[in-house]
Design a protein around this ligand. Structure first.
Ligand code: A3P
Length: 298
C-alpha cells in the first residue's frame, strides 16, 4: 500500500490480516514460539473492543482472595501491566521469559484465530473473546490513534480512518474476519471459547461477570454473592473507578502508550456523535454482508 494518507506506512497482510512491521514479526514469533499450558487463560479482542475492561475483570476474578480492595494491584497498576499482550512479549525476543507467570497464567492477545500458536489450539486452555459494535470500535480507534500520534503530524481525519477500517486495512483487521474467526470456533467449542459482547456486559454487568467467573473456573460462591463481592469487583473495574486512578491518569506503559489513552468514554453508541448517515449505512451494510448466515449480530 502506497497511499500517502495512511498512517501506517508499512503494513503487511499475513494469513488474511493486516499488521504493521513490528507487530507482524512479533505475531509470527508468538505463533511459532509460544507453548501453551492446559491451565492458561487467554483474553482475546480486536483493539478498542474493551480489552482493558476485560483484563481488569478477569484479573479481579482470579485474584479476589489474594487482595483486599485497599491493596489491590488494579489500584496502582494499569490492567495492561497486569495482563500482558502475549505478542508484545515476543517483540525483539523470540524466547521471552514467562517464568514469572504462575498457574493459571492469564494473558491476552489481539492475534486472529488463524494465527494463534498451534499449542493454544491443541491445548485445553480457555479463551475469552470480547467483541464490540464495529461503529464504536472505529470511533474509539480513531480517537486512540490521534492520541498516540506525534503532534507534529497533525490528527488523522475520521474519513481516512473510516476508509481504512471499511477496507479492513487497519491493525489486526479486517475487524469482521477477526470476530468471525473466534465466533465460529466458539460455536464449535463453547467449553473452550467464551464469546462476549461489550454492549451486553454494559447492559447486564453482574450476569456477565458471573458467566466470566464460571467460565474461567473461578465461580462465585453463594456466600460471596451475599457479601457483595460481585458488586465490589464491578466497582473496582468500572470505567469511573479505573479512569480516575492516578496511575491511569498520569502513568505510562513500558511500550510507551500513556495509560489514559485506554480510557475515553467507555459508553455504547458514542458513534452517533461522529458518523454521518452515509458512514453509518456503509458500515452497517458491510457488517450485515460479512456476518450474514453466521448467526451473529451487533
Ligand atoms: P471508548 O474510546 O469508546 O471510550 P481497549 O481496552 O480494547 O483498548 O478499548 C478501549 C475502549 O474501552 C475505550 O472506549 C475505553 O474508554 C473503553 N474502556 C476502558 N476501560 C473501560 C471500563 N472499565 N469500562 C468500560 N469501558 C472501558
Amino acid at each position: 500500500p502506497r497511499d500517502k494518507a495512511w498512517v501506517l506506512s508499512h503494513i503487511y497482510q499475513y494469513q488474511g490480516f493486516w499488521h504493521p512491521t513490528k507487530q507482524l514479526l512479533s505475531v509470527i514469533a508468538f505463533q511459532q514460539g509460544f507453548q501453551a499450558h492446559d491451565t492458561d487463560l487467554l483474553l482475546v479482542t480486536t483493539p478498542k473492543s474493551g480489552t482493558t475492561w476485560l483484563k481488569a475483570m478477569a484479573f479481579a476474578i482470579l485474584n479476589r482472595v489474594r487482595y483486599t480492595y485497599t491493596d489491590h494491584p488494579l489500584l496502582t497498576k494499569n490492567p495492561h501491566e497486569l495482563v500482558p499482550f502475549l505478542e508484545q512479549k515476543y517483540v525483539d525476543n523470540p524466547v521471552p521469559d514467562l517464568t514469572s507467570f504462575t498457574s493459571p497464567r492469564l494473558f491476552s492477545t489481539h492475534t486472529p484465530y488463524v494465527s494463534l500458536p498451534e499449542s493454544i489450539k491443541e491445548s485445553k486452555c480457555k479463551l475469552v473473546y470480547l467483541c464490540r459494535d464495529p461503529k464504536d470500535v472505529l470511533i474509539s480507534f480513531w480517537h486512540f490513534t490521534n492520541k498516540l500520534r506525534p503532534k507534529n503530524l497533525g490528527p488523522n481525519s475520521l474519513e481516512d480512518v473510516f476508509e481504512r477500517f471499511c477496507r479492513g486495512v487497519c491493525i489486526y483487521g479486517p475487524f469482521w474476519d477477526h470476530v468471525l474467526g473466534y465466533w465460529k470456533e466458539s460455536l464449535e467449542s463453547p467449553e473452550r471459547i467464551c464469546f462476549l459482547k461489550f454492549e451486553e456486559i454494559k447492559k447486564e454487568p453482574k450476569l456477565h461477570l458471573t458467566k466470566l467467573a464460571e467460565f474461567l473456573g473461578y465461580p462465585f460462591s453463594l456466600e460471596e454473592e451475599k457479601e457483595g463481592v460481585l458488586e465490589e469487583i464491578l466497582r473496582l473495574c468500572s470505567f469511573e473507578n479505573l479512569s480516575n486512578l492516578e496511575v491511569n491518569k498520569t502513568g505510562k506503559l513500558a511500550s510507551g502508550e500513556e495509560n489514559n489513552a485506554f480510557f475515553r468514554r467507555g459508553e455504547v453508541e458514542d458513534w452517533v456523535n461522529y458518523l454521518t448517515t452515509e458512514m453509518i449505512e456503509r458500515l452497517d451494510q458491510i457488517t450485515e454482508q460479512k456476518l450474514q448466515g453466521f448467526g451473529l449480530k451487533f
